[in-house]
Ligand binder design. Structure first.
Ligand code: MTE
Ligand code: MO
Length: 538
C-alpha cells in the first residue's frame, strides 16, 4: 500500500479528497440534526436522486432490488460520492481550485435540493454549505500533509528513470521510516495517513451521531403526522359572517399555523414523543397528579379561539396571532390536585427547562379558557408551537403563561418561585394590555380605507377610533367579535386631500378603558402607545 502510493501519485490526493468529504458530510449531518433535521445532506441527496431519476430507472431499481431499493440507492449514492470526492482531491492537487469548485458545485446542488422541497425553511440551506466549507478546508490541510515524495512528481515531472534505477530511496524517504525526514519536519506518510484517517473517522462519528439525532426528530414528525385528534366535546361556535371584514391586507381573523409568530429560547425544537409525554402536577397540592397523553386525549376536550401575544411585541408589531385551540381546562386538573390555600402561582415547566409563572387564581377561573392545548387550527400542535402539549391562557402574555412542550405544573408562590423571564428583568405578572394595530391603508385622494385589529384578551373590545392628522378621534367600523379572548377587526374609511397624512389608532375596552397614548417600552411588562403610520394620498 505504501509503496503503491509512492508510485501512484493520485492515490494520496484521492484519499485526501475522500477523507475531506467524509469530514464535511459528517459535520453537515450533525448541524442538520441540530437545526434542520429534514435537510441532512444524505437525505437531501437521496430524495433529490429519487425525484430526478427517470421512471424507468426507478422501475429497474425496484425490479432489481425490491424493497431494498432504498438501501441500493444509498449504496449507489455512496459510490458516486466516493468517486467524486477522490476525483476532487486529485484535481485539487493538480489544478487548484478545481477540487474546491467541485465541492462548491455539490453545495449548490445540495442547497437547491434542500430549498425546493415542500415546507423548506431557510435553515435547510445550512447543512450543505457547512459540508462544502468543512470539506474544502480539510482538503487543503490534508493535501499539505502529503509527503513530498508523493507530490514531487506532480510539481516537477520526474526525469525518466535510468534503466535499472531503483525506486527504493524515494519510497523510503516518503514512508517516514527515514529518521532524517522526520527530523527535518517533512510530513511523513504516517502523518498523512493519520490525518486522513482521523478526518474520515471524525466525519463518520459526527455523521452517525447526526443521523441518530435526525432519525429521532423524524420519528416524532411521523408520529405527529399520524395523529388524529378526537372531536371536541365542546366545539367552538362557527365563525359568524360579520366577524371578518373584506379588506385586502387586513390580518386574517384566524392566523394560519405556518404564519403564526414563533418565540422561544429553544435553539433546537424539542422533539417529544407523545408516548413518552406526561404532565406532573405537584408542589403545594394535596395530592400529586400525573397525566399521560392517552389520558389527556380521553378527556372531554374543548375548542376556543384565543389571541396569543408576546410581551416583546412593539407597538405596531407582529408578535400576535389568533388560533382555534383544542385542549382541556387546566383548572380541572388543578382541582384534582387540590391546590393549598396559601399558594398563588403555577410555575409551568417545559421539557427544555423554560418556565412561566401564572397566577393560580387566573388558571382556576371558571370562565377563563386556560387550557392544556393539543390542537391548533384543526391540527396537532406544530412541533415549533409546542407539540404535543402546551398551555394557552387568554389575557396573559406568552412569557407568563403559554409554556410549550409543557411537562410540569408546580403549584407554588410568587414570593418563593420565579420564572425564566422574571429572572431576566421582566415583570413577574404579565396581563395583556389593551392594544390596536393598523394593518393596511389603501386607496387614494378622496377615498382611503384603513384597517387592522384591536385586542384586550379576556376583557374584550367595545370600539376602535382613528385619528387623521391630529384631528378628532372618529369611530371606526368594528367587526363582530368572536369572543372577549379574540382580537377584533376594524376598518375606517376617510376622504383625504392629496399629500401626506398621519393616522393613529386606539382601542376602547369593554370595561371602558381607552388605550393610552403614553409610550412605554416592551420591558418590563409590555409596550404602550398608539400605533401611528404615515401615508400619501395620490
Ligand atoms: N418552552 C417554551 N415555551 C414558551 C417559550 C419558550 O421560550 N419556551 N416562550 C413563550 C413566549 S415568550 C411566547 S410569546 C409564546 C409564543 O408562542 P408561539 O411560539 O407558539 O407563538 O410561547 C411561550 N412559551
Ligand atoms: Mo413572548
Amino acid at each position: 500500500m505504501l509503496a503503491m502510493a509512492a508510485r501512484r501519485t493520485w492515490v494520496p490526493p484521492a484519499i485526501a479528497g475522500i477523507a475531506a468529504v467524509a469530514l464535511g458530510l459528517g459535520a453537515a449531518e450533525l448541524v442538520a440534526a441540530l437545526i434542520a433535521p429534514a435537510a441532512g445532506p444524505l437525505l437531501v441527496i437521496g430524495a433529490a436522486a429519487i425525484d430526478l431519476a427517470p421512471s424507468w430507472a426507478k422501475d429497474a431499481a425496484i425490479a432489481l432490488f425490491g424493497t431494498a431499493d432504498k438501501a441500493a440507492l444509498l449504496v449507489g449514492i455512496g459510490v458516486v460520492l466516493l468517486l467524486a470526492a477522490g476525483a476532487a482531491g486529485v484535481l485539487e492537487a493538480r489544478r487548484p481550485p478545481i477540487g474546491r469548485l467541485i465541492f462548491a458545485a455539490g453545495a449548490i446542488l445540495g442547497v437547491a435540493a434542500a430549498l425546493t422541497r415542500a415546507g423548506a425553511s431557510p435553515f435547510d440551506a445550512v447543512p450543505s454549505a457547512v459540508a462544502a466549507i468543512v470539506a474544502a478546508i480539510a482538503l487543503g490541510v490534508l493535501l499539505r500533509r502529503i509527503p513530498r515524495a508523493a507530490s514531487a512528481r506532480r510539481l516537477a515531472p520526474a526525469p525518466p528513470l535510468a534503466p535499472g534505477a531503483r525506486l527504493e530511496p524515494a519510497a523510503q524517504r516518503a514512508s517516514g521510516a527515514d529518521p532524517a525526514a522526520a527530523r527535518s519536519g517533512e510530513p511523513s506518510r504516517r502523518t498523512f495517513l493519520t490525518w486522513a484517517g482521523g478526518s474520515a473517522l471524525i466525519g463518520a462519528l459526527a455523521g452517525a451521531g447526526g443521523l441518530l439525532l435526525e432519525s429521532g426528530a423524524r420519528a416524532v414528525t411521523a408520529v405527529r403526522e399520524a395523529i388524529r385528534l378526537p372531536a371536541p366535546a365542546a366545539p367552538a361556535p362557527p365563525v359568524p359572517a360579520g366577524a371578518e371584514l373584506d379588506v385586502e391586507g387586513i390580518s386574517p381573523l384566524i392566523t394560519p399555523n405556518r404564519s403564526f409568530y414563533r418565540i422561544d429560547t429553544a435553539l433546537q425544537v424539542p422533539r417529544v414523543d407523545p408516548a413518552d409525554w406526561s404532565l406532573r402536577i405537584h408542589g403545594m397540592v394535596d395530592r400529586e397528579v400525573r397525566l399521560t397523553w392517552d389520558e389527556l386525549l380521553a378527556l372531554p376536550l374543548e375548542e376556543s379561539r384565543t389571541t396569543l401575544m408576546c410581551v416583546s411585541n412593539p407597538v405596531g408589531g407582529s408578535l400576535i396571532g389568533t388560533a382555534l385551540w383544542l385542549g382541556y381546562p387546566i383548572r380541572e386538573l388543578l382541582d384534582r390536585a387540590g391546590p393549598q390555600p396559601d399558594a398563588d402561582m403555577v410555575l409551568s415547566r417545559s421539557i427544555d427547562g423554560f418556565t412561566a409563572g401564572s397566577p393560580l387564581e387566573v388558571l382556576l377561573e371558571s370562565d377563563r379558557n386556560a387550557i392544556l392545548a393539543v390542537g391548533m387550527n384543526g391540527q396537532p400542535l406544530p412541533e415549533e408551537h409546542g407539540f404535543p402539549v402546551r398551555m394557552v391562557v387568554p389575557g396573559l402574555y406568552g412569557y407568563v403563561s403559554a409554556t410549550k412542550w409543557v411537562v410540569e405544573l408546580e403549584v407554588t408562590r410568587f414570593d418563593t418561585a420565579s420564572a425564566y423571564w422574571t429572572d431576566r428583568g421582566w415583570s413577574a405578572r404579565g396581563p395583556v394590555k389593551l392594544g390596536s394595530r393598523i394593518d393596511v391603508v389603501q386607496g387614494g385622494v378622496g377615498a382611503m380605507t384603513a384597517a387592522g385589529v384591536a385586542w384586550h384578551q379576556h376583557t374584550g373590545i367595545s370600539g376602535v377610533e382613528v385619528q387623521v392628522d391630529g384631528g378628532p378621534w372618529r369611530e371606526a367600523e368594528l367587526a363582530e367579535a368572536l369572543s372577549i379572548d379574540t382580537w377584533v377587526q376594524w376598518r375606517y374609511d376617510f376622504a383625504p386631500p392629496a399629500g401626506e397624512h398621519e393616522l393613529a389608532v386606539r382601542a376602547i375596552g369593554l370595561d371602558g378603558e381607552v388605550q393610552t397614548a403614553e409610550v412605554a417600552d416592551v420591558v418590563p411588562d409590555g409596550a404602550t402607545g398608539h400605533h401611528t403610520v404615515r401615508v400619501t394620498a395620490a
